[in-house]
Design a protein around this ligand. Structure first.
Ligand code: FNR
Length: 186
């Protein structure tokens, strides 16, 4: 059985360094683990309870929910915007949190990788993403979540998957996620 990890990236720009960190996680996934970067976040409308009607949920939001339900674990990879998690990611978490108590992330192991050019590595966004995921019902791996800071200049030359320290950190995150996935036939 392949363990499916769904990666949601909080930056939509094509040259996103956080996007590269997600690519690195996908490239470093060990045998038996597949990391899929979700491509449709920009199309998901702002959460609105008027739209969240059974049988009539907007297709882009339904597709996000389906992707999370099909996944064994969730990996959020995020920059920090104005001291918190970018709206695109909060919006995704909102859709994944409903219906209340039974959202698509309920009990899903989840870790957060955050990255920024500063030495802090978007740690506020990281903390806020963990908090929101926890409230949404995910099984948040607090200790396994990492903040990648002060390396963006290096990543301009070296893809994070080829950067030894970053690769080791990402491998640790994946390993923790895999360890938190419940065996199907235990
Ligand atoms: C930022 N940036 C930023 N960085 C940070 O460490 N803390 C912050 O609060 C913010 N705030 C912020 C707001 C907005 C609107 C933008 C566009 C940027 C800088 C940010 O870390 C930088 O642009 C990263 O390169 C964004 O990540 P990606 O797009 O490379 O993944």
């Amino acid at each position: 059985m392949t363990i499916q990890v769904l990666a949601l990236v909080g930056s939509l720009r094509s040259a996103s360094v956080n996007g590269k960190l997600a690519e690195a996680a996908a490239a470093l996934a060990p045998e038996g683990v597949e990391v899929t970067i979700y491509e449709g976040l920009a199309d998901v409308p702002f959460y609105n309870e008027d739209l969240d009607v059974e049988g009539a949920v907007p297709a882009a939001a339904e597709a996000l929910r389906d992707a999370a339900k099909a996944a064994d674990a969730l990996l959020l990879v995020t920059p920090e915007y104005n001291g918190t998690t970018p709206a695109v990611l909060n919006n995704a978490i909102d859709w994944l949190s409903r219906p209340y108590g039974a959202g698509a992330v309920k009990d899903l192991p989840a870790a957060v990788v955050s990255g920024s050019p500063s030495a802090y590595g978007a740690q506020w966004a990281n903390a806020d993403a963990r908090k929101a995921l926890g409230v949404a019902g995910a099984k948040v791996l607090e200790e396994a979540s990492i903040a990648v800071g002060g390396r963006f200049q290096v990543f301009a030359e070296t893809h994070p998957k080829d950067h030894e320290e970053t690769a080791a950190e990402l491998a640790g995150v994946l390993s923790a996620l895999v360890g938190a996935v419940e065996p199907v036939n235990a």
